[in-house]
Design a protein around this ligand. Structure first.
Ligand code: CA
Length: 227
């Protein structure tokens, strides 16, 4: 499915011009001329990026940008600010409040499309990096693909082993009790014992080979991955 872009711009001619060019570039586009309509819609359909005019009749674009960045759900949406204000302070302000890029009117639609492409590429790259967890060069976890590599060699783990390893690696240095770990892996299982964790950990260590020793036993408490 093509990426969805919201264009929030009260000047309809400009909104339309932007939409035409973005659609030509392969994006799905929704136009909004007012902020309230935009806020209603974003709750049901999340865009990959917003082209945001700063001067709107019912809202200041800066505030919209801040709102999006503050929210947990929308802080990863790309924002390209579009405005007639060309002063340097405004640009800096735009980027400080979390916009990914900034274009001043009058602008070339092709340049806008190029900027949008670049922002989306950067965001994808960032997301990709977030999906990879690493301990030094020895251990790498691809969270999305459920894959684990030790010294670049793939290791096959059972789902519960994978969950434990991910839990420990995500919070390096934290100690998890057996009870914590059990709760984490066995939301669906009814009868589980803390010894189960030890068995999983043992198997996990064996499978991880040289990376296995990264998992430390904290006596009387549980397990952690050394920082
Ligand atoms: Ca405007």
């Amino acid at each position: 499915m093509n990426e969805l872009i919201f264009v929030l711009e009260d000047e309809r001619d400009i909104a339309e011009l932007i939409s035409i060019h973005l659609r030509k570039a392969g994006y799905r586009v929704k136009e909004f001329y007012k902020a309230d309509h935009f806020f209603n819609c974003i709750r049901t359909e999340k865009p990959a990026l917003v082209v945001l005019d700063l001067m709107l009749p019912d809202f200041d674009g800066i505030e919209i940008c801040k709102e999006l960045r503050k929210s947990r759900e929308f802080n990863d949406v790309g924002i390209v600010i579009l405005t007639a204000r060309a002063k340097t302070e405004d640009k800096i302000l735009g980027l400080e409040i979390g916009a990914d890029d900034y274009i001043t009117k009058p602008f070339s639609p092709r340049e806008l499309v190029a900027r949008v492409n670049a922002v989306l590429r950067r965001l994808k790259e960032r997301r990709r990096e977030e999906d990879i967890l690493k301990i030094n060069d020895i251990l790498r976890i691809d969270v999305k693909k459920f894959e684990v590599y030790v010294n670049n060699k793939k290791v096959e783990l059972r789902p519960s082993e994978f969950k434990i390893l991910k839990l420990l690696v995500e919070r390096k240095g934290w100690v998890f009790s057996r009870e914590d770990i059990l709760k984490h892996i066995s939301k669906s299982e009814k009868m589980v014992y803390e010894r189960t964790v030890d068995v999983h950990i043992k198997n996990l260590r064996d499978k991880l080979g040289p990376a296995g020793k990264l998992i430390k036993n904290i006596r009387g408490i549980g397990y952690k991955i050394e920082k």
